[in-house]
Design a protein around this ligand. Structure first.
Ligand code: FE
Length: 271
């Protein structure tokens, strides 16, 4: 509950829950770790969550007369706001595409809507899963980087704890530059939005789980071994065919391993 959000110099959104504030009239300090025992304010109460009638315990100055003394949570707070803004832009952008261009396209799943799931900071970037009626993709967005010069269609292999994934670069006017790794397309196997959300959340768990690494590494090993064999056997004999989907599949994408390791087998990735 925020008693005076918006009246604190208009900057309430810029301070984190850890902000230590100082009265600019009498220099009294409000530290959320301590609270305000004189007003029965419990330790752990953020400055922005103080009751509406709270004032400086020493000089009774209004809260808007307080300044930030230090804010150890400022960086994380600002990052969280950037993630929220970027995610909302992405959702708005693809919702517009859905309404304007995709509604009457065959194979769209009208039980679904555009939804960004699980977006979080990851190694200086923003990542999450974007669900739409026609695809489910892992998405990388820039945080403070400038991705406006990304070349659409260019491929990039990105490492995660569970393995390496191939992303395709793209740019859109509203979203700006982003990178996408296809998980499912089309989306006909999902009957409800919640099913897609559950799978998206499972993907976000699985991709950071090193336990899935063994599988992806094994596939990489198999492929390397096989390529060595093929190089040695120029007659085209193929005595050791693996199950990774054939010759045309690039070495990098390991999302099938991720999906089959982490999720039910009734949902098939785009094959
Ligand atoms: Fe004061």
């Amino acid at each position: 509950m925020s008693g005076f959000e918006g009246s604190y110099g208009g900057h309430a959104a810029r301070i984190s829950d850890q902000a230590v504030m100082e009265c600019k009239i009498c220099w009294s300090v409000y530290d959320p770790a301590i609270g305000d025992p004189t007003r029965q304010i419990d330790p752990g109460t953020p400055f922005t969550a103080l009751p509406e009638d709270w004032s400086c315990p020493t000089c009774s100055a209004e809260p808007q007369n307080f300044m930030v003394l230090r804010d150890p949570g400022a960086e994380a707070h600002l990052r969280a706001q950037r993630i929220k803004a970027a995610t909302e832009r992405l959702e708005a952008d693809f919702t517009e595409v859905w309404h304007a261009k995709m509604r009457d396209v065959p194979l769209v799943n009208k039980a679904l809507k555009v939804q960004a799931v699980g977006f979080r900071a990851h190694e200086g970037q923003i990542m999450g899963v974007l669900i739409s009626p026609w695809f489910m993709n892992l998405i990388l967005l820039p945080d403070t980087q400038d991705w406006s010069a990304l070349v659409t269609g260019e491929k990039e292999v990105v490492d995660f704890p569970s393995g390496a994934y191939e992303f395709i670069h793209n740019t859109r006017e509203m979203t700006g530059g982003y990178k996408a790794c296809s998980l499912f397309s089309p989306m006909g196997d999902f009957t409800r939005q919640q099913d897609a959300v559950d799978v998206a959340n499972a993907v976000m768990q699985a991709i950071f789980d090193p336990a899935n690494r063994a599988e992806t590494d094994r596939r990489a090993d198999i492929r390397a071994q096989r390529e060595a064999q093929l190089a040695a056997q120029t007659d085209g004999d193929d005595p050791d065919k693996d199950d990774t989907g054939g010759d045309t599949e690039p070495a990098a994408p390991t999302r099938r391993a991720l999906i089959t390791a982490g999720l039910g087998s009734d949902l098939q990735p785009d094959a």
